[in-house]
Design a protein around this ligand. Structure first.
Ligand code: ADP
Ligand code: SF4
Length: 682
């Protein structure tokens, strides 16, 4: 039978190799890198199993003078690094997909904290990578250095080929690598043949492509990843200007163009700030300049949008990082016409925090992401039930929904009760905040799956008490009742209640429909998105808002999801006053006293309303109330999950629900409940 989506499953020739379809997992960081090659290989292999026709590495350092530590990226410094990467290529090949490798010489992006080698860049300049503010400068490349980098890149390409890769990248994007640093005028003040005119500034990239083709082009495709726009206007590359001209100059040289916008925070824009297909206006010119296949990204999760991008001649291959993380089986689900089963990325960038916090990536939507090797988890397959046990899940937030869904998938009969009329818990509340509508997908996907399972029964508008639970007669109980915000301002910073806190609101009050007016103080000791979003909401409702936080930046933790600057920009544009490094000393009628955390100086601000975004209190009452019943054998098992156990991100609530479902009816783990990758010691 033909399907309108058949076009997405056409093979695409890329130089000497052929991609089996148009689904292309572009390079993405993951926190495994060279440190955990087995975890990495299993994660990439899962994408291939799910139908991604091409699966790429993250950036792979080609030389020790291009060292991105403490971040864990790929490494191909010497032959010794080949076996680890070969595991990934093999895992991808096992499913008939092509393996791509993004060779990276990081130039002015590499602080070289591990190798202690001077970084090499077009000019001597402050390093732009690492924390972004490293007190470290690069050395200006001389001609011999340039010849050396070309040699190292060539050697890396040969090693990549030996490791089994099919597509080998020359990486010139995100401002992160030497070839694009030569092109960007801000970083290149040279007077030699590598500086000045665009032709000269492109020379190094051209040479890398030629070298790579000459070295491995007989059997491997050579791809270029190029940022056609830095979104910096005249200070940077633009898609109408030099971005366009670079593609025109090199049009037929590579076998594949992988094009995007720069820097990384623009490329991986969150759903709050950019919608599906957001890069199209920048990259659509590329296909008009080259006959070579073009891949691009834009958080494509909708098969219709993908189809349209191909049909309209914008892209040949649908590039995806995040959509492939949220659903490694996205291509398979399209092929099997199971569109409602696609677990759509919500654009929250929790996956990015794998890289930015140096741990294996995790995903809000896909709790199995990063767990493929160490826990043996598969995103679509789960071990079948081991008994006829029945389970009562109390609370239909992300933790309860995921637990019920995954238990149902195992074949258990599940009763899911939710106090409110609509299930979804905190997700529904947070998704109603400005720009977060796509977060609802966490709930929608789970409800769609649960609806299909006859054995999972959902009872909304059913608040449960401990006697209700015992009366139900269901012997296994999961408590997933979430958490509430503290009303007294206590958190990681303040350990005693704020005098006058009775006058303040909490996020729960706002979710319940209360909104302050006039001068509003928001005290944020949570540091993720909520404080900033409530400030935005109040500002949109004509309040004069001050956002106060003990952290050195507002919404500090959003640095790790690449959104802090955008959050701050938005708040400033809304006229919100930002007061970092301050706490709240006391709340009085129409005013508050605030304390500078560095000097202890106090000042008084007008305040008709105060919102406290601080610690949460787990709703674990039922768990404690049921302990005697458990001891007395009136129920068989009792477990508390999600925010009711320990308040955390939505991603962790989903994970906690999934873990509880996987562990149900299993013997308790002895020791560490997952495999740990350790460096091999002979
Ligand atoms: P989590 O993130 O851990 O899933 P949430 O706060 O998002 O936590 O969700 C908890 C859900 O549990 C909320 O929808 C809440 O209405 C529901 N809930 C809380 N207490 C009860 C109860 N006693 N009976 C049924 N549902 C409850
Ligand atoms: Fe998408 Fe969020 Fe998952 Fe990343 S963590 S893939 S942005 S849902």
């Amino acid at each position: 039978m033909t399907s309108p989506f058949d076009i997405l499953f056409e093979p695409v020739k890329i130089g000497p190799v052929t991609a089996p379809n148009r689904f292309y997992q572009v390079p993405h960081c993951n926190g495994f890198g060279h440190r955990m090659p087995q975890g990495l290989a299993a994660m990439r292999g899962m994408k291939a199993e799910g139908g991604w026709g091409v699966v790429c590495t993250e950036e792979v350092e080609i030389h020790h003078s291009s060292d991105l530590a403490p971040y864990f990226e790929g490494r191909l410094w010497s032959d010794d690094d080949i076996p680890a990467l070969a595991q990934m290529a093999e895992a991808v090949h096992r499913h008939g997909s092509l393996a791509g490798i993004e060779l990276a010489y990081n130039g002015a992006n590499a602080p070289n904290l591990y190798s202690r080698t001077p970084a090499l860049a077009p000019r001597s300049m402050g390093i732009i990578g690492g924390s972004g503010w490293e007190p470290v400068q690069s050395r200006r490349l001389d001609k011999e250095d340039i010849r050396n980098v070309r040699k190292w890149h060539r050697q890396a390409a040969l090693r990549a080929k030996q490791a089994g890769f099919d597509i080998i990248y020359c990486y010139a994007a995100h401002g992160m690598t030497l070839p694009i640093q030569f092109i960007i005028r801000r970083y290149n003040d040279r007077l030699d043949e590598y500086g000045g005119s665009l032709e000269n500034r492109v020379r190094f990239l051209r040479e890398l492509i030629e070298d790579t083709k000459e070295a491995v082009g007989d059997t491997c495709a050579v791809a270029v990843r190029f940022a056609v726009d830095e979104l910096l206007g005249d200070d940077g590359i633009t898609h109408q200007g030099e971005g366009h001209d670079v593609v025109a100059m090199l049009a037929e040289l590579p076998d594949l163009w992988d094009v995007n916008v720069s820097g990384w925070s623009n490329d991986s824009a969150l759903s709050r700030f950019a919608k599906e297909g957001f890069q199209e206006p920048y990259i659509r010119f590329v296909k008009g300049l080259t006959s070579k296949p073009v891949v691009g990204v834009g958080r494509y999760t909708s098969p219709d949008t993908m189809l349209s991008a191909v049909r309209r001649g914008v892209l040949d291959l649908i590039g995806a990082a995040r959509p492939s993380i949220a659903d490694p089986f996205l291509p398979t689900k399209i092929r099997e016409n199971r569109l409602e089963d696609i677990r759509e990325c919500i654009g929250c960038n929790i996956c990015v925090t794998g890289d930015t916090r140096y741990v294996p990536l995790r995903c809000t939507q896909n709790p199995t992401m990063g767990e493929e090797w160490r826990r043996g988890w598969h995103p679509e397959i789960i071990q079948p039930k081991k008994s006829e046990n029945t389970i009562l899940v109390v609370g239909g937030g992300p933790a309860g929904l995921e637990a019920a869904r995954a238990l149902g998938q195992r074949g258990y009969r599940v009763t899911l009760t939710e106090a409110r009329r609509e299930p979804g818990g905190r997700v529904l509340q947070e998704a109603a905040l400005p720009g977060l509508i796509e977060w609802r997908r966490v709930v929608d996907w789970r409800l769609t799956q649960i609806e299909k399972m006859k054995i999972v029964e959902l009872y909304p508008s059913s608040p449960m008490t401990a006697p209700d639970i015992l009366e139900s007669g269901i012997p296994n109980v999961l408590i997933a009742t979430g958490a509430v915000y503290r009303r007294d301002g206590v958190g990681r910073t303040l350990w005693q209640p704020i005098p006058g806190h009775e006058r303040a609101l909490t996020p729960d009050d706002i979710f319940a429909g209360k909104l302050p007016s006039g001068n509003v103080i928001i005290y944020d000791d949570d540091h993720y998105v909520l404080g900033g979003l409530l400030a935005e909401l109040c500002a949109q409702n004509s309040c004069r808002v001050t956002l106060l936080t003990p952290a050195p930046l507002v919404s500090y933790w959003t640095r790790f999801t690449l959104e802090q600057e955008r959050v701050e920009k938005r708040l400033r544009s809304l006229g919100v006053t930002l007061l970092p490094r301050h706490t709240l000393a006391c709340i009085e009628p129409n005013q508050v006293t605030v304390t500078d955390t560095i000097t202890n100086a106090e000042s008084v601000l007008p305040a008709e309303g105060v919102i406290l975004v601080t610690d949460r209190i787990p709703n674990d009452k039922l768990y404690h109330q049921l302990q005697p019943a458990l001891s007395a054998g009136k129920i068989q098992t009792l477990r508390v999950i999600g925010d009711a156990e320990a308040p955390n991100l939505i991603a962790q609530a989903v994970f906690s629900g999934h873990l509880a479902a996987r562990e149900f009816d299993e013997p308790p783990a002895q020791g560490t409940p997952f495999r740990v990758e350790r460096p091999f010691v002979p």
